[in-house]
Design a protein around this ligand. Sequence first.
Ligand code: ATP
Ligand code: MG
Length: 583
Amino acid sequence: MTNSKPESPAAQNQVAPSPAAAIPSNFLRDQIAEDVRTKKYGDAQIQTRFPPEPNGYLHIGHAKAICIDFGLADEFGGKTNLRFDDTNPGKEEQEYVDSIQADVRWLGFEWDRLCYASDYFGQLYEWAIQLIKAGKAYVDDLSADEIRQHRGTLTEPGTDSPYRDRTTEENLDLFTRMKAGEFPDGTRVLRAKIDMTSPNINMRDPVMYRILHATHQRTGDEWCIYPMYDYAHGQSDSLERVTHSMCTLEFTDHQPLYRWFIEQLGIFPTQQFEFDRLNLTYTLLSKRKLLQLVQEKRVNGWDDPRMPTLSGIRRRGFTPEALRAFVAASGVSRTNGSTDIEMLEHYQRDDLNRRASRAMVALRPLKLVIDNYPDGQEEFFEVANNPEDPSAGARQVPFSRELYIEQEDFRETPPPRYHRLSLGKEVRLRNAYFVTAQRVVKDAAGNIVEVHCSYDPATRGGDAPDGRKVKSTIHWVSAAHAIEAEIRLYDKLFTKADPYDLEEGQDVLDNLNPNSIEIVTSARLEPSLANAQMGEHLQFERVGYFCLDTDSTPANLVFNRTLPLKDSWARIEKTTSGGAAAR
Ligand code: ATP
Ligand code: MG
């Protein structure tokens, strides 16, 4: 008998809300406001909880639930518990408990009480005894398979187990012996006695306890029977006097069961409200599937910067501010849909544009030699660290006769409308001088290895005194001063907008993007980047947003590309006014 929660539905493609549009009305907020107004809970505070199962790392979908649970409680002066739903020993680990706490705090929230469903194992057991005594629960000897066969289907009612009418005495005896460890795993379960013909399958005598001789990460070997999630969850909420228990839509059909237990036991009536799961295009948001990626080494751990886990995107350079803004803008609804990943990226760029320090880096360098610049001379340009933020100060950027520019910023034979450097063309070197390309040097294979140019000393600082204009400004790095680093460029982890769009016999992992990471080792960086700090956000001008990776050391710098500069969301929004997954 496995203790599984409802599976999340695979992503369906629907139109994502536009960030420009007003934030959709939030029925959860309206509900709480109404309950506060009518004093539904008297003078008691609003109480919510975030109830992760510690069987994996949190992902972007959980960020939505966290923002709702903590955010709404905060808005109404209430409190939020962080509760680990740890009813599955064997699948759950302390590593996950620790990472979940770190992630919630990173997102910017602090819990009131730290709770565990396992704190309530004793109380849940007492309540099970109470239900048995009331004739509302029975021990069933059917196997898991037989229980499934008896359960019926959506269209056919279930049938009663032959053990359903055991006496209270017999049930009490067997259940206490289950607890005492007399029976092997899977031989018996405790079931609620509700209605095998209920149209709601969850009400057809659901399993409350199964036998599992497993060591629990917190309770050790104290228990060999464990409550099912559906038996533990509602009562845990009730015990914590949770007023508003908010969860995703797949739990809607479980709500009558949670209410049934609460009514039978006559305990605090927590109310449940369901909202839509966050699904993102090109992304898997399921701990089970993400675990598979980790276990099969398709990625380098839970915090691989390509992972949609909070630890992954944090390492990649995403910020809690951007994530919260994205979650707020993507709204809350009662139907599941799919949101364009570009919308998340748009919010992230918007945030980074404001906070990132600028620097110049030639990702794929091409030597540029200024023939008329004095050999051995160097000078420094003072450059603003962030034009969006004067308080970020300025730095000195060295300049000399030999520079590196980006390979793609030079064309020997320029295509139409190519305004960057080409033979005979003049461009601006950012913050420095105008240069005009004169000739190229090629290697034996015919590759351009150097571009020679001349500069106009009168254009120092980047403007011509005679008012002549150039059509392009390119970035550069002084060759003699440049430093080297490993730069990791990331692309989407999946090739399909809906990773579950599969051919017959395929697995979702068949849609993994084989080119989701590219490692660049030849880049040349301006020397100030040797002082980049862990956690600092950078914009490599004209290239993208970057940050130091946790693999970085002073001797071997490693940068992650958080995102390229180009913002395709703005375009999507313009062309579809709301952004279906058009690309
Ligand atoms: P997964 O399917 O990834 O394992 P889960 O729902 O099983 O997710 P839990 O640990 O139970 O994971 O999640 C804790 C809370 O987060 C639940 O209330 C759940 O409804 C919510 N949640 C999980 N995934 C999402 C999502 N994609 N969007 C919004 N909320 C989510
Ligand atoms: Mg799950």
